[in-house]
Ligand binder design. Structure first.
Ligand code: HEM
Length: 126
């Protein structure tokens, strides 16, 4: 049986440049590579299976298709309808990408943000 430690893989400096840096553009890939939706899009030889958010094999996540589809709508709505104000205080006063413990990789210091609604052209102001 193969046991994969997601924490170790996702933050392994041998696989990722500055793994603790929030740099989503690292996942930008060419349209050719996007045809190959195997979650290893940005890969070099060594990076095979370096990004496996839904696990793999027989026990992999059965909700991955739903999650990937919903994620676009959810994030697009959050960006279109709201501005986001950073609201961290105390231990959370700075954005900190350090991971906490646990099964689902929570942040050590949760990111606190307040949604601020802005003009929505699709909602009548009457
Ligand atoms: C971004 C969203 C999600 C992520 C990152 C995620 C990730 C995962 C991971 C890593 C596993 C363990 C896979 C393994 O053991 O190899 C898993 C299992 C599972 N996920 Fe998800 N998941 C997501 C959304 C969902 C959704 C939307 C559903 C259902 C509607 C779902 C249902 C399940 C179920 C039932 C399992 C257990 C599968 C089994 O043990 O056979 N997940 N998920």
């Amino acid at each position: 049986m193969v046991i994969v430690n997601l924490y170790a893989i996702m933050r392994d400096p041998a696989l990722w440049d500055n793994p603790n840096e929030f740099r989503p553009e690292r996942f930008l890939v060419s349209s050719k590579e996007q045809d190959n939706l195997d979650f290893n899009q940005n890969k070099t030889e060594e990076q095979n299976f370096s990004f496996i958010p839904f696990g793999g094999g027989r026990k992999s996540c059965p909700g991955s298709t739903l999650a990937l589809n919903m994620m676009h709508t959810t994030i697009a709505t959050m960006v279109q309808c709201f501005d986001w104000e950073f609201a961290g205080e105390g231990d959370n006063a700075k954005i900190n990408m350090q991971l906490g413990g646990g099964f689902s990789l929570p942040m050590a210091n949760p990111l606190m943000c307040l949604p601020v609604i802005h003009f929505n052209p699709f909602v009548s102001s009457r």
